[in-house]
Ligand binder design. Sequence first.
Ligand code: ZN
Length: 370
Amino acid sequence: MKCRTIIQLLEELAPPKYAEEWDNPGLLLGRAEKEVHNIMVALDASEDVVEQAVSNHADMLITHHPMIFKPLKKITSQDFIGKKIIKLIQNDVVCYAMHTNFDCAVMAVEAGKRLGLKNMRVLDPVYEEKYYKIAVFVPEDQAEKVRAAMTREGAGFIGNYSDCTFNTEGMGTFLPREGTNPYLGRQGELARVREMKIETIVDEQRKKTVIDAMLKAHPYEEPAYDIYPLVSNGQGAGIGCFGYLSQYVTAENLARRVKEAFHVPYVTYTGKPEDKLASIAICPGSGKSVIGKAAGHADVLITGDMDHHSALDAKEQGLLLMDAGHFGTEHFMAEYVCNYLKKKIAEADFDMQHTVNVFTAEEQPVFQIL
Ligand SMILES: [Zn+2]
């Protein structure tokens, strides 16, 4: 299977548009046109993981954290990143990362599901789909054709409903002036025409294609149409999420639940073991940046990489913190992506599932526990 096809599957899961501006996800190294047979998935492209990729004859290494993050001025074996890059290129291993785009699309919601959270919502929206209302005026006998042209290109999607439009009959008037070639009416005469106003909704991405299709299908030389930006945007994607458990849980019991759900050896938390918690925020990885958002919505924030001052400040804002480690809260990503790709490859091409091998690297947290 072509590497490009794998990338398409990954981008369906974690669209690049969800990534934060400062991030560097995507194809970082190698050739997208390469034929891929062995795919390794890992949280980090550490030296050890790169070694495993090479010894397991991986053609492609997919990681969560981008191996190349800051701009590089030189790539030499004197430098620890340079060494990895050289090794991957020498062995023709493509390197691809999905970082904050994966955080927004999958990480927090999946982590919340593991804890059994209900009614989950985004904690810190990064991306919101923009929607527009299109209203177009069409002579009645051509309304069906124009409507179909627009919905075929993706206008009129509301949740799981497609082809959503609203149609009003009315009277249109126009006066064709010199140099015109009107579909209806005559030059110099005021025309009155039974028209249909078709209203529908479209997202930012499909707006241009839908308008082009509408203009192509419309019989008039100068179709009349309006585009209104909508204030009520679509479902947002963002960092972290918060939700509720079906009943109160004590801090101690939640800590046990977190240990079990993420297979971590320990968690640390602020507050008292008997503190009762109902609304739970979770931000796998490093969640310091969402403390302010969580403080208004949740009793506790489960995350990693917490430090003394942040924890103290959060506590005084009424937010308890539970730290299960950066690696601890994110390492399920590798298995998740692995299962996703296996399923998608089998769906795309039944025979491919036997020729494309997807597997996780063996990774350990960087910290040891005494
Ligand atoms: Zn991370």
